[in-house]
Design a protein around this ligand. Sequence first.
Ligand code: SAH
Ligand code: SF4
Ligand code: F3S
Length: 440
Amino acid sequence: MASIYLQTFGCQMNTADSNGLAHQAWSMGCTFTDDPAQADIIIVNTCAIREKAETRVYGRLGQLKPFKDSKPETKVLVAGCLAEKDRNVMRQKAPFIDALLGPREYNRFKQLLADWGVPTDLAPPETEFTMPSPEDDPGHDGPAQFSHLRALVNITRGCEKFCTYCIVPYTRGPLESLDPDDIESQIHREIRCGAKEITLLGQNVNSYYHAPTGLTFAQLLRRIGRIEGLERLTFLTSHPKDFGPDVVDALAELPNISPRLHLPLQSASDSVLKAMARLYTIDEYLEKVAYFRERLPRWALTTDLIVGYPTETEEDFLATLALVERGTFEYAFIFAYSPRAGTPAATMSPQVDPAEKIRRLQVLNTAQNEVMRRFNESFIGETVRVLTQGPSKKDPARMAGKSGHNATVIWPRDPATEHRAFVDVAVDQAFQWGLAGTAV
Ligand code: SAH
Ligand code: SF4
Ligand code: F3S
């Protein structure tokens, strides 16, 4: 029986893939360990979205090398987006790797395990499948007893938008919409295993289209919204180009939908948006947001922004800053542009000076933090329903979880509520990072 150490970097798509790999290994009788020294097989699922992500992966591979050196029969598999992107240089940079599998090659995983001596004819173990706790995903930082409350379900794979800065279409391939019956049965399975919250995943869920039945994303949402036992539903990510009023109307009908929409803008400057090939103007974006705000008041709008994209001028940047200062987004993830070899933006000129990128990043973060703090303060005096993540990492005397708006909420730990999936918390304090209160 082989023991596997599995570490996941990157986005929720990678977490979902790691779940899939773990499930395949489990069905062959493998077990999991969080100690690489004990492992027969070490798997690192990697990310290539920005240079920092790559550096972290290579750093981790460097740390794992001694385990292979001291026990050469240990097999090392590198999976994920960096395995695809760096296929040709990874073996030079980390020659101790035994195998590479890109995100489109996981159908070869079982065969690989078989090649490594894992028997293929064993019945799956009698114990329930439990996901080894992923280390890199802040959504899964609770202990194992709570991690099964949240499940990630892919509805699309790949992306063919080819935004000029982005590596994903190269690592994950063209768009593919999954069969709605398969999606539904996976959701049923997750609910049977205890999931309370389902996150529908895709690089651009709005481009979901199941050709044989003509089912669109809005229709899929309505269908999934009716599933019994589904207590919380959310989805990631929406591309503004394909996001329309039909989706907003569907969301308004769903009782269990979490009140948040992630709609990455990237920049508020039309010339930068055009250079990025984002396929919308700032006015078109704001028009969609206006309809969303009208139909779904008190939802949180969250976004991604990139500063220092090649050709971005001070004026372009100030347009994004002004939009943020106006309180357009409740939360925002802000990134300094990172050139990805092979993408059009990497060779575009002029590139923005690295120090200037960092300055813009800090200015924008400061502005957004202020908006975020004000939004969090608006919950003081209210009671929010929280999905538990487990004891707080910083203070084990408190529990931590997520509100429907995705704010981190903490409350004092007590035996009466400690094991509950959902807890209603009366909020009495707000911080930049989230909310604190007492369980009611
Ligand atoms: N499919 C999603 C984005 C996935 S990547 C979408 O289109 O919304 C998540 C975020 O990373 C992007 O929204 C973008 O803001 C950021 N990002 C992607 N490539 C980047 C790069 N080369 N440099 C900096 N940020 C990048
Ligand atoms: Fe990347 Fe654009 Fe596809 Fe998002 S939509 S994954 S940013 S290419
Ligand atoms: Fe990273 Fe690949 Fe996700 S590059 S962000 S793991 S799609």
